[in-house]
Design a protein around this ligand. Structure first.
Ligand code: SF4
Length: 387
């Protein structure tokens, strides 16, 4: 089962037509392959917008239409999703995207007569409360899968567990999760990668001194001076993490808690909630299927800050040379392409990225926040090299 059935006649799909692409539609109807003289371009069985993103964009679109007619000001509390094309599109339609500084002094920016839109990954609880105090209209586009994660984590801290979040500490979704756990009076720590999870496991198992907790997690833990609350743990993962990594997190923690407290105590000491959403899992599975089908090179389309797009890039890199790009303009020529250098955390130019051999098989992946209109332009650009 995939996360969303396609229903081209639904009202939401009509609203989102601006993000669609005839090229993508035609490649999709040809079995996700575009055959050309110099090879083929392949798409996975599922890619692009998930249902959470579609819902968020449809709600924002509706708010823009309504409020333009009423002359009401509309503020977006951060990026609606992590894609520059989509955010720019709404900016052009008069939506004001608030910066972190503006969010910090919200009462001076938004009045009771305005409308505030909460993005798909939510906003920290303090900001949500401030909106209610201001009394403005609120359009909450936060995704149901993200809200389910918050609800489970909050219930866990109320029942006495500390929470280990596997995710990026400064990712919007995780920032909100942290704010909710802090408001519920809970203890939490954020592990950004498997190495940090292993470190955490070693602390719990007693392989390293408890004082190292502060050194490893520092500001990414509520009370890095005290490991004791973590002796009973609930573990969640950011909804867009690599699914295979979250399975590894389970193994590492189970092994550590079992060593410290005994295998019989595991049920009582350690709780897991599978919070990587279906859309993320499907896109990752489809990316692996596509890569295994044989690609000489893979182009991953999406925002550089999009977590699920970055993970598709990580996956495809295990199979073939892969390049993450934001849009077709990144492909300067067969010799040069603007991608992202994760070691420097900055855009970088890749040279000689396109293999010379023909026929060539190019795989194209797109994250859950990547609009098909952008994917379609990338397909067109790539087709020029195989024409
Ligand atoms: S990727 Fe998952 S959690 Fe994020 S908006 Fe889509 S469905 Fe929701």
């Amino acid at each position: 089962m995939t996360d969303e059935p396609r229903n081209p006649r639904s009202g939401q799909d009509r609203q989102l037509r601006i993000f669609s692409s005839e090229v993508v539609d035609s490649v999709r109807s040809a079995g996700n392959v575009w055959r050309l003289a110099g090879g083929e371009i392949r798409l996975p069985w599922i890619f692009g917008f998930c249902r959470g993103v579609k819902r968020a964009l449809a709600m924002l679109d509706e708010a823009v239409r309504e409020h333009a007619a009423e002359g009401k000001r509309l503020f977006l509390l951060g990026q609606i999703i992590h894609n520059p094309w989509v955010n720019e599109y709404f900016k052009q339609r008069g939506v004001r995207i608030l910066s972190a500084e503006e969010l910090a002094r919200l009462e001076r920016v938004i009045s009771a007569r305005d409308c505030a839109v909460i993005p798909a990954f939510g906003v920290p609880l303090g900001i949500e409360r401030k909106l209610h105090e201001i009394g403005c209209e609120i359009v909450d586009t936060s995704c149901g899968d993200v809200r389910r994660l918050w609800g489970w984590a909050e219930r866990s801290v109320r029942s006495g567990s500390a929470v280990l979040i596997f995710g990026r500490a400064n990712h919007d979704e995780t920032v909100v999760t942290k704010s909710r756990l802090a408001a519920a009076g809970g203890y939490y720590a954020v592990a950004g990668n498997l190495d940090q999870v292993r470190d955490f496991g070693e602390l719990i198992a007693g392989d390293r001194p408890a004082e190292d907790f502060a050194e490893i997690f520092g500001p990414d833990a509520t009370n890095a001076a005290d490991l004791a609350p973590f002796e009973r743990l609930a573990q969640v993962s950011q909804t867009t993490m690599l699914y295979e990594d979250t399975m590894r997190v389970r193994e590492i923690l189970s092994e550590a808690y079992s060593r410290r407290f005994g295998a019989d105590a595991l049920c009582e000491r350690l709780l897991f909630e599978p919070t990587v959403c279906r859309a993320t899992q499907d896109r990752q599975a489809a990316a692996v299927d596509l890569c295994k089908s044989g690609c000489d090179v893979v182009v991953v389309v999406g925002g550089f800050t999009s977590s699920n797009t970055r993970h598709l890039y990580e996956l495809s890199g295990q199979f073939a040379p892969s390049y993450l790009i934001e849009d077709a303009s990144a492909i300067r020529s067969e010799k040069e392409l603007v991608t992202y250098d994760f070691t420097r955390d900055a855009p970088a130019v890749a040279r000689d990225w396109l293999p010379e051999r023909r026929p060539l098989r190019i795989g194209v992946l797109a994250g859950a926040s990547s609009p098909e209109i952008v994917v379609g332009e990338v397909l067109r650009r790539l087709a020029e090299f195989l024409g």
